[in-house]
Structure formats: structure tokens, C-alpha cells
Design a protein around this ligand. Structure first.
Ligand SMILES: Nc1ncnc2c1ncn2[C@@H]1O[C@H](COP(=O)(O)OP(=O)(O)OP(=O)(O)O)[C@@H](O)[C@H]1O
Ligand SMILES: [Mg+2]
Length: 310
């Protein structure tokens, strides 16, 4: 890297047939060696705000394009280890786009490309030698709509372990993941029934179990509670807090109370119109959640959190 501060642009073809871990194994692809998590302590941001703890990931001058359209521009923010970072902002401001940039899920979208730098433990995850499958092993994802596979509860959780060739006793690892996702007690007597037969909230916890089974470091969640009732939402929020003992979480949410309740840091994005009348998203303010919700530095943030726009 010659000039780490300079935005760099690389075109992603968008077609990455090996991207779905469901169809790939680690054995037959080049292994990207990510630096050890302790290196995160040294990996200080060159620019942008700092979280209170060490950053496990960093975005520096990150812009995401869909073909010629620059959807989100110049994003600088850290992702603090073992904490919850929330991304909030009005529809279309680029929250999901930035979330996907954190584990190269944008590679799956034809025409999508990322400029700037995204690091994981100090290493550029878009560097040519880095395998996106390895990135997604360490930076997992849970989607808005619970999406269990049409398989048994057991097989849903065992799936990633099997295809990644993860060693160890499968039964124990499945139990550990389901326990970690606060679902074990509810499903331990029906592990062979379909994951699709569970309630929406249970399905989402099953998806969380599936994500944590392969032991990622970071879990990305895009509006994980938007299809759930308040009780199921409360359970997922409790679970998120528990998960930070082991994992780092980044959550996109439309629910500002949820961001205020669960997150340590909040990034507020908004959509603006540039001088060519093109609408684009940008990060307005990043700070400790308490500050964002009690004393935001930017009047736009203040207007949004007080419900006066968006
Ligand atoms: N696959 C895509 N192809 C082209 N443009 C896209 C694509 N996905 C998102 N965009 C555009 O990028 C911008 C940001 O979209 P994004 O989905 O990231 O917003 P968001 O903040 O997650 O919105 P919401 O709150 O509605 O989910 C929007 O203008 C959107 O139309
Ligand atoms: Mg979205």
C-alpha cells in the first residue's frame, strides 16, 4: 500500500460464483491469512472518529457505486471490538450498502464496486490476495427476513460447519451454537423438525445460531427485528447484548429506540442531493450512542433523532 490515506478504486465484477459458502469449501481455495486479533490494538485509524475500545474493522473514505451511481460517499468509521455499532438513518441513505461492504457481500451485486479501504484487524479485505469466502467466515451476516434453509433445525446449524470442514463433534457444536443463540431449550427435543416450522422470532435466532456456529468475529445484522413482534424483538436484543462477550455486532435498524437500547456506538447516515441533483448517502455523525441521542454534534442528527425528518 503506497498511500493508505488515498482513496483507491477497484472494480468488482460483481460475479463471484464462489461467494455462497453453501457451495464452497475452504480447502480448495487460496487461504487469506488475516492478521491476529491482537493486531487490532495497533491498527489505529488514519482518519475518522475513534471508538472507546480497539477497532476490529475500519472504513476509510469508503464509497460504494452501483455502476456509475455513487450511492454512498466518503465513509469513515471504526467498528469497535466486542461492542454493538448501530447504523441509523432514513430509507435509501446507504445503510445496507455500507453494511454489505463490511463482508464483501456487494461483490454479489453486478455492477457494484467499492472504493476506499475496509480493514479487518488492520488488513484490507479487498486486497487482491484476500479470499471473500474467508472474509465472510470472519464477518458473518444475519438478514432482515429470517431465512432458514428448508432443512431440519439441526442441519441448518450444522450446515456451515460441514461445508467449511470445521473439525470437532458436530452434535456438541450444534448445541453450543443453539445455546449461544438462546434457542436450545426451545428446540432441543425437535432438532429433526424443519427450521421453517419455527416462529418468526425462533427462525431469526436459528439464523443467528447458523451464523455463530462457524465462529465469526463480527456479525452484521440488517434490520434483524423488523419482521418480529416486540417480545421476539426483546429476546433478540437481549441475545445481542450477550453475544458481545464473544462477538462484535453491527446492526442496521430503523428503530431508534432499539439503537439507543442496544448499541454502544451509532452512525447516523442521511441522504442528500448533490449539485448535479443526484441523491446520495453520507455519514453525518458517528459517536457513542449516548452522545448521538442526547447531545448530537450536528443539527441534522438532532432533527432526525427528534423525529422531525426521515
Ligand atoms: N442493487 C442495487 N443496485 C442499484 N442501486 C442500489 C442497489 N442497492 C441499493 N441501491 C441504491 O443505493 C442507495 C442506498 O440503498 P440502501 O439499500 O443501502 O439504503 P438503506 O439505507 O439500506 O435503505 P432502507 O432503510 O430503505 O433499507 C439507494 O439509492 C438505492 O436505490
Ligand atoms: Mg437497508
Amino acid at each position: 500500500m503506497t498511500d493508505p490515506g488515498a482513496p483507491r478504486e477497484r472494480t468488482r465484477g460483481g460475479q463471484d460464483p464462489a461467494v455462497d459458502t453453501a457451495t464452497s469449501t475452504d480447502q480448495d481455495r487460496p487461504q487469506a491469512q488475516f492478521v491476529s486479533p491482537t493486531a487490532a490494538l495497533e491498527a489505529k485509524a488514519a482518519v475518522g472518529p475513534q471508538p472507546s475500545g480497539p477497532a476490529v474493522m475500519e472504513l476509510r473514505e469508503v464509497s460504494v457505486f452501483y455502476n456509475d451511481y455513487e450511492a454512498v460517499r466518503g465513509t469513515n468509521m471504526p467498528i469497535a471490538a466486542n461492542q454493538i455499532t448501530a447504523m441509523i438513518g432514513p430509507s435509501g441513505c446507504g445503510k445496507s450498502t455500507i453494511l454489505r461492504a463490511l463482508n464483501r457481500m456487494n461483490d454479489l451485486i453486478p455492477g457494484a464496486r467499492v472504493s476506499g479501504t475496509v480493514t479487518y484487524n488492520g488488513q484490507d479485505i479487498y486486497a487482491p490476495e484476500v479470499d471473500p469466502i474467508q472474509v465472510r467466515r470472519r464477518v458473518g451476516m444475519v438478514f432482515q427476513k429470517p431465512n432458514p434453509f428448508p432443512k431440519s433445525i439441526y442441519d441448518n446449524v450444522a450446515y456451515g460447519l460441514r461445508i467449511n470442514g470445521i473439525k470437532g463433534k458436530l452434535d456438541d457444536q450444534v448445541e453450543e451454537a443453539l445455546t449461544g443463540a438462546a434457542l436450545w431449550d426451545e428446540v432441543k427435543d425437535k432438532l429433526k423438525t424443519s427450521g421453517l416450522a419455527l416462529s418468526g422470532g425462533q427462525q431469526q435466532r436459528l439464523c443467528i445460531a447458523r451464523a455463530i456456529a462457524v465462529k465469526p468475529d463480527v456479525i452484521l445484522m440488517d434490520e434483524p427485528c423488523s419482521a418480529l413482534d416486540p417480545i421476539a424483538t426483546g429476546r433478540i436484543e437481549d441475545l445481542m447484548r450477550e453475544l458481545t462477550e464473544t462477538f462484535t455486532i453491527v446492526i442496521v435498524t430503523h428503530n431508534m429506540q432499539q439503537a439507543a437500547r442496544v448499541s454502544h456506538h451509532t452512525a447516523f447516515f442521511t441522504a442528500e442531493v448533490d449539485d448535479k441533483q443526484v441523491r446520495y448517502g453520507r455519514l453525518v455523525e458517528f459517536n457513542d450512542t449516548e452522545k448521538i441521542f442526547t447531545k448530537p454534534a450536528n443539527p441534522i442528527t438532532e432533527r432526525y433523532i427528534s423525529g422531525r425528518f426521515g
